[in-house]
Design a protein around this ligand. Sequence first.
Ligand code: HEC
Length: 510
Amino acid sequence: MNKGIVLGAVLALAGFGAGMYFAKQDQPPPVATTGSAGPSYAGGFKAEGDAAEAVKAGVASGNIKAVAGPAGDAVMVVKDGESIQEAVKRAAPGTTIQVLPGTYHETVYIDKDGIRLIGVIEEGRRAVLDGQGKLNDAILYSGNNVVVENLAITKYKGNGIMSQAGNNFEIRNNLIVDTGVYGIFPQLGQNGVVEHNVVSGIEDAAIYVGMSDNIHVAHNDVFDSVAGIEIENSRHAIVENNYVHNNTGGILAFVTPGLPIKTTFDVIIRHNFIVGNNHDNFGAPGSTVAGIPPGTGVLIMAADDVVIEGNIISDHKTAGILVTDHANAANITVDPESEPNSDRVKILDNTMLDNGYDTIPEVKALMLTELQRGNPDIVRVGPSPGSCIRNRGRYVTVGVKDFAECDFSNTAATETYLLPPVPARVIAPDERGKIAYLGVCSGCHIYTGRMIGPPVQVIQALYMDNPQGLADYIANPVKKRDDYPEMPPQNYLDAATRLAVAEYMLQVKN
Ligand code: HEC
């Protein structure tokens, strides 16, 4: 654009004054630059070698991390009153879709690569996806290199933003309020960023990273939910600089047994404000998170090599840091294929204040056995071999007597586990059932135990010879069990995928 035109446009807008907003509807869309890493203050330091490569790839430039690769040239604009899903249908892979401020009542399903769904914020007004308490999900995507940015999402019953098996994702600067079970829920993805989101009022996990690798969760404000930030059955994750408050449990790293990926390890939880997570637990009865004792700052369960560094952890009535194994946890069915202990936990220096002042009876009993007085900051139950702690004398601790001294004091050498864009996950047609199962169903159904929905074993007994019957049920579920919530319809999956997922569910073995 040449300068004269810009200046002319500015003068014209200034001239119209109050009438401007309506006029704007017919103007070309405003320039909406994305928050992805772009050029940055050059500073006095020049990256070299590997770091230079990473910066060139747009990965490690300061606080904004980018992994989806550069945006393409194609841009589409969705206006208030139009449908975002229609735009996605028409968009070629690699298209940026700008969504103008307005209210959109829909579920957006993205099954293409390289789609960047970017809300345009004008004078504080956003594109609002409003499920009106009726729709299940706001955004479900299975494409690779997808960016979801600047949206407001509210009143959905299932998920705010959920992804299934997409690599290289960026979920940034969204406002997610009161959206049911999961706020931001990337599952089965590699190389993803969840940053600068505000998420509240979620019945399970506000930010839930499931079965994923190379993840960065940073600068989010997460509150009034059952679980704040959850790293589950995932590897190589950094959770840093988040503000996590007034949830039941703050930051969790754990293994849910019964899922196809069996481990969580290599998680760094650092420099977060984890404050006053004492909310009543309003998780669905029987779900894993319903077992979290209110007043838990950080919970480690069966996850290995978790480093906890430089956090402010204050005002948690049960404990600041609780390390446990599967055997001691509520609502957990032990899976013989999941190693149940939290091995090699590394607790570096953290600022801990006012924790453990009204702890649970189990912890009180443990304190008695150690003749420990005071309110516990750090509690460990169950085996935790190879663990270490720095400056243990600063805290009231229970169960960490056998922890060694850590032989390192910080994680500064590990800036990120993100990678330059990794190859897209390619899903062969015959894998569709499996991917939908892992991506969608396993969020609520596990093999043996109760999660949000009944165990897969029970479903197999009901539908063993009737995959079509199962496929029909999930397209249009009816309420069957008094002690479970309703199952959301899966009719956004096409009929072939519904049958494929039914067949897959009926033959899984764990
Ligand atoms: C958001 C959570 C959730 C998701 C996702 C989910 N389910 Fe369910 N499912 C439930 C709940 C809750 C019930 C129990 C409903 C009831 O009994 O009224 C249920 C029940 C079922 C049943 C039992 C039907 C019967 O006749 O008793 C089947 C079959 C089933 N789900 C299949 C699936 C499949 C396949 C998927 C993935 C495509 C899936 N579910 C995804 C929550 C979920």
